[in-house]
Design a protein around this ligand. Structure first.
Ligand code: AHM
Ligand code: MG
Length: 334
């Protein structure tokens, strides 16, 4: 039940029994992400002050060395999750290898692994455009009491127990799912509290926005080209509106609220697409499906792909159900 002015902390406590394995560990884990997100938010908000505070690689007036924000965010999330000893492993888009965490009693008995893209779309920071953090949580598959292995991270997306994103936008929001719908919480920066502003978020079944980097058009597969032409044709509610921020979290968030489709296909430069299956596509696909949308590579459901490597890339089509089905139709008939 949502009551007026419900905070994220209250929501987590009240909905704990909905979590698949309700030992409280998953709640603590989401709480830690919430905390790290506040720290990163504070830093991201200062990005425009770089000339005053010092650029990456420099030392500022307080004698602190300045870091690039994606490095900062990576460290903030890893540090928070490691210090609180509530996961047994972390994999990050910013790290070559996964990190093993032994836990409070040094006996590797924590249940969950986290995969994270600490600051997605970070090239947008210099121009004051929204960026995001994306996270994905799985229960480990190897026996408790042993160090995590690659197998614990290479699980198909349909095994996720929770996933979410933080959007550092005109306001900062956490949006997440534990498999019981999607809920969004907006940060009141004055008091550092997230409020339950967007209960039960849903993709409209149809939409009129398409989001794709059309600069790469000539390199797209024929099916994607055909679908884009379809979006642009004068017929019914078409032509659709083209909106592309170049920041997955922001493009996804807008499309979920307004109805739309996001496409990052394979191209000559990125023959497997650009986005990472484990850090970007799986968590967004889980959220999309929980919100009534779909996510596909054009032929297969994203959540059913068996990953073979940590940093694997995949073509990504995600958004309003009927739009994704239409795009798939074009891809499969090209
Ligand atoms: P990143 O993980 O290096 O930040 O790249 C991911 C980002 C997405 O947020 C965004 O949708 C896409 O890359 C934009 O790529 P492009 O500039 O090629 O259109
Ligand atoms: Mg990324």
């Amino acid at each position: 039940m949502r009551h007026k002015n419900q905070t994220l902390g209250e929501f987590i406590i009240e909905n704990q029994e909905e979590f698949k394995y309700s030992s409280g560990e998953l709640s603590r884990l989401i709480n830690s992400i919430r905390l790290a997100a506040k720290v990163v938010n504070h830093e991201v908000n200062k990005a425009g002050l770089v000339d005053i505070l010092g650029a990456a690689g420099e030392t500022n007036v307080q004698g602190e060395s300045q870091q690039k924000l994606d490095v900062y965010a990576n460290e903030a999330f890893i540090k928070t999750l490691t210090n609180r000893e509530i996961v047994c492993g972390i994999a990050s888009e910013e790290e070559d290898h996964f990190i093993t965490i032994k836990g409070r009693n040094q006996n590797n008995d924590n249940k969950y692994v986290v995969l994270i893209d600490p600051l997605d779309g970070s090239s947008n920071i210099d121009v004051n455009v929204s960026v995001g953090t994306i996270f994905s949580i799985y229960r480990r598959v190897t026996p408790s009491g042993t160090p995590v292995t690659l197998e614990d991270f290479l699980q198909p997306g349909n095994k996720q127990v929770a996933a979410g994103y933080i959007i550092y936008g005109t306001s900062t929001m956490i949006v997440y799912t534990t498999g019981h719908g999607v809920n969004g919480f907006t940060l009141n920066p004055a008091i550092g509290t997230y409020y339950h502003s967007h209960p039960n978020m849903q993709f409209p079944e149809d939409g009129t926005i398409y989001s794709v980097n059309e600069g790469n058009y000539v390199h797209f597969p024929q099916g994607v080209k055909d679908y884009i032409k379809y979006c642009q044709r004068e017929e019914g509610d078409r032509p659709y509106t083209s909106r592309y921020i170049g920041s997955l979290v922001s493009d996804f968030h807008r499309n979920m609220i307004k109805g739309g489709i996001y496409i990052y296909p394979n191209t000559a430069k990125n023959p497997d697409g650009k986005l990472r299956l484990l850090y970007e596509c799986n968590p967004m696909a889980f959220i999309a499906e929980q919100a009534g949308g779909l996510a596909s590579n054009g032929f297969t459901r994203i959540l059913d792909i068996q990953p073979t490597e940590l940093h694997q890339r995949v073509p990504f089509i995600c958004g309003s159900r009927n739009m994704v089905l239409k795009a798939e139709e074009f891809m499969q008939n090209a």
